[in-house]
Ligand binder design. Structure first.
Ligand code: SAH
Ligand code: SF4
Length: 370
């Protein structure tokens, strides 16, 4: 049987790795790559300072490099990974969502949020997601592929550049926080995610020099990967997407719960907190008449009492075709009060980015048909 050219082309596209980029490599590997191209090794440091120190992603702007080098070495180690498809702004210019096309045509999104005291970027770790949580837009389309280390890092560098150029209203000119809460399950793309965290936290020129404490990895609760993360020696904040305090309900909202139950996932989170000293953030999307009953607040309070944890309630962002809606403000307030009364620190996430579908769980490759 002969395959159609379309099938062959799409199989080839799936098999193609994203181009290698200096953010995929540690300093030693960058030096080796430069030497392999017949150049002196100090060029690796020079390129790295441009990229991580000055946030320059375009070799043409690196005027201290000889012109010939700019087009060879620089383009070899700084290929364009992210092609902007659409930018949308909301909240008076303090939120910017960018939809990207990757080198193989896959789509991802990045959301940059400015606050008076900080600028935070929400990055994607995968194109799509294979975890199938029914309330999440990203989960509905399934997994397209893992992002490379550099495809994750470059989202941050692009945003750090935008912030430094003053393109986001009302925030400092330095990007300080990264949350892995965009498309994808970061711990299902473990090696690249951890590598990206190292690149983001290593000092310039090896990396961007962010504080580990200012990086948050949000996970659906992949227990073996959470255990492995605890042994990495990284003090990043872990956010655990719990969404229900009882297994019956969590089995339906977060399908991986059928594999790793609440007791096991929470024990693993407490081990993480003990080994890193970092308070775990328990994420809980408030879904009307589904998980927002007073008894569930009380049960959640009992599960978390005395633990190094706080609860972050997320008003559900209703996604197209979903049968669920956000809890009423009254139910939300009651839930907060019950958790606080039980001694559990609790906050409600702001709904930044909603108008541009940039809020949690709303990211979906809506430009798919362009
Ligand atoms: N896959 C990871 C990280 C990306 S999702 C995770 O699930 O943790 C980031 C956060 O958004 C998670 O807490 C997720 O449960 C939440 N989320 C997903 N869809 C949502 C929706 N429609 N409304 C509110 N929060 C949502
Ligand atoms: Fe994937 Fe997170 Fe969405 Fe679940 S909530 S489908 S794990 S992105």
């Amino acid at each position: 049987m002969t395959s159609s050219p379309v099938l062959i082309a799409s199989a080839a596209r799936r098999a193609a790795e994203p181009p290698r980029h200096l953010a995929d490599l540690d300093m030693a590997a960058r030096r080796a790559a430069v030497a392999a191209s017949g150049e002196r090794e100090f060029r690796a440091g020079q390129l790295s300072r441009h990229y991580f120190g000055r946030l320059q992603r375009d070799p043409a702007t690196m005027t201290d490099l000889p012109v010939a080098l700019r087009s060879t070495l620089a383009s070899e180690l700084l290929p364009t990974l992210l092609h902007p498809v659409r930018e949308s702004r909301s909240s008076g210019g303090t939120t910017l969502k960018t939809a990207w096309r990757l080198s193989d045509g896959a789509r991802v999104e990045t959301v940059l949020m400015g606050y008076p005291d900080r600028a935070t970027v929400c990055v994607s770790s995968q194109a799509g997601c294979g975890m199938g949580c029914p309330f999440c837009a990203t989960g509905q389309a399934g997994l397209t592929r893992n992002l490379s280390t550099a495809e994750i890092v470059d989202q941050v560098i692009w945003c750090a550049g935008a912030v430094a150029r003053g393109e986001l209203a009302g925030c400092p000119d330095r990007l300080s926080r990264v949350v892995f809460m965009g498309m994808g399950e970061p711990l299902a793309n473990y090696d690249r995610t951890v590598d990206a965290v190292r690149r983001l936290t290593d000092a310039v020129p090896a990396g961007l020099g962010l504080s580990q404490r200012h990086i948050t990895l949000s996970t659906v609760g992949l227990v073996p990967a959470m255990r492995r993360l605890a042994s990495e020696g990284l003090a990043v904040t872990l956010a655990l997407s719990l969404h229900a305090p009882d297994d019956d309900l969590r089995d339906t909202l977060v399908p991986v719960n059928r594999r790793w139950k609440i007791a096991e996932v929470l024990d693993t989170a407490w081990d993480y907190a003990a080994s890193t000293g970092r308070r775990v953030s328990v994420e809980y999307a408030m879904i009307r008449d589904v998980n927002d009953q007073p008894w569930r607040a009380d049960l959640l309070g009992r599960l978390l009492l005395g633990r190094l944890a706080h609860v972050n309630l997320i008003p559900l962002n209703q996604t197209p075709g979903s049968r669920w809606t956000a809890s009423t403000k009254r139910a939300e307030r009651d839930f907060v009060l019950r958790l606080r009364a039980a001694g559990v620190p609790t906050t409600v996430r702001d709904t930044r980015g909603r108008e541009i579908d940039g809020a949690c769980g709303q990211l979906a490759a809506s430009e798919e048909t362009e």
